[in-house]
Ligand binder design. Structure first.
Ligand code: GLN
Length: 279
C-alpha cells in the first residue's frame, strides 16, 4: 500500500480474509465474493483485471457484516445452486451444495418425470434445478411460509421457469389442494431435520429460519409427518427423493418401510449419506 492512497483491491481482500478467518472456514473466498459485489463485477473478472485498482468504499461495510457471521449469500442476495443463480433472503434456507445430491439423484432415477412436487420448497432450489434439467417436466412447490413462496416465485421468474412451476401455501398434509392437482411422478423434499438441541454455527443459527432447520429431539418429526402422505401424492410406481442428515439414513429408512416403501441411499460429494430414494 502506498502512502496515503487507498489500499489496492488485492491488499483489501488479504486484510479482510485475515479479519474473517476466526469466524469463517471460507474467509478468502468470502472476501473475494464481497469485493466482487462491491465492485459490481463477477469474481473472475475481478481476479483477472481489477486486483491493482483501489479498494472501493462499499467494501468495508460488507466485511463488517460478514465478520458478524451474516452469510455471504444474504449479503449478496444470491447463491449459486446446480449452476443456477438463486435469489436468497432470510425467509428461506440458503441452498447448499449438499442438496445438489438430491437433484442429481432425482435426475438419475427419474430423468423424465412429467409432474414434480417439491414439498417445503423454500427458495425453490430443488424444484427449479430439476425443471431446468428436464424441459419436459412441470412442477408444484409447496411451503408453509408465504414469504418463502414469494422467494420461490421470484426465482422461477428469474430462471425463466415460471410457466412450468406453480407455488402453493400448504403444510405437509397438503390438505385442500392435493386432490385437485392430482398425483406426481416425482416428489422432492428437503425437510427440516436438525435435532432441536443441536449446536449450529452462528451463520446458520442466527440468520436462517429455524422453521426450515429443526425437527424435534431426533430431527425426525417432519419425516414422520411427510412420509405417510407420499402414497397419496405419488402415481403408482412414482418415486420420492428426500434429503437426510448424514446420521439419519437407518431411522428415515425405517419410517419409509413402515409406509410400504423400498429405499435406496445416495451419498454426497463427501461420501456421507444425503439422499434417500423411496419407491
Ligand atoms: N444441512 C443443513 C444444515 O446442517 C440442514 C438442512 C435441513 O434441516 N434441511 O444446516
Amino acid at each position: 500500500m502506498s502512502n496515503g492512497a487507498a489500499p489496492s483491491v488485492a491488499d483489501a481482500i488479504r486484510a479482510a480474509a485475515d479479519r474473517l478467518s476466526p469466524t469463517s472456514d471460507t474467509a478468502r473466498l468470502d472476501a473475494e465474493l464481497l469485493m466482487a459485489h462491491a465492485l459490481g463485477v463477477s469474481r473472475s473478472r475481478m481476479l483477472i483485471t481489477l486486483m491493482r485498482e483501489e479498494e472501493p468504499p462499499g467494501f468495508a461495510p460488507l466485511v463488517t457484516r460478514r465478520a458478524a457471521c451474516e452469510p455471504v449469500a444474504h449479503i449478496l442476495g444470491a447463491q449459486e445452486f446446480c449452476g443456477l443463480d438463486f435469489a436468497v433472503t432470510p425467509d428461506t434456507l440458503i441452498p447448499r451444495g449438499d442438496s445438489e445430491t438430491i437433484v442429481e439423484a432425482a435426475l438419475e432415477v427419474a430423468p423424465s418425470a412429467s409432474r414434480v412436487l417439491d414439498m417445503g420448497t423454500g427458495s425453490g432450489a430443488l424444484l427449479l434445478a430439476y425443471l431446468h434439467e428436464n424441459p419436459g417436466a412441470a412442477g408444484v412447490g409447496t411451503d408453509a411460509s408465504p414469504a418463502a413462496l414469494r422467494v420461490a416465485q421470484t426465482n422461477a421468474e428469474r430462471l425463466g421457469l415460471a410457466e412450468r412451476a406453480q407455488f402453493h401455501e400448504a403444510n405437509w398434509l397438503c390438505e385442500g389442494w392435493a386432490s385437485d392437482l392430482g398425483q406426481f411422478d416425482l416428489v422432492l423434499c428437503n425437510p427440516p431435520y436438525v435435532e432441536d438441541d443441536a449446536e449450529l454455527d452462528p451463520d446458520v443459527r442466527e440468520y436462517e429460519p429455524a422453521s426450515a432447520l429443526f425437527s424435534g429431539p431426533e430431527g425426525l418429526d417432519d419425516y414422520r409427518a411427510i412420509i405417510p402422505q407420499l402414497g397419496k401424492l405419488l402415481i403408482p410406481g412414482g418415486l420420492a427423493v428426500l434429503e437426510i442428515g448424514a446420521e439419519q439414513a437407518p431411522a428415515v429408512a425405517a419410517i419409509a418401510h413402515e409406509s410400504g416403501f423400498e429405499t435406496k441411499l445416495r451419498l454426497d460429494l463427501a461420501e456421507r449419506p444425503r439422499a434417500l430414494i423411496l419407491r
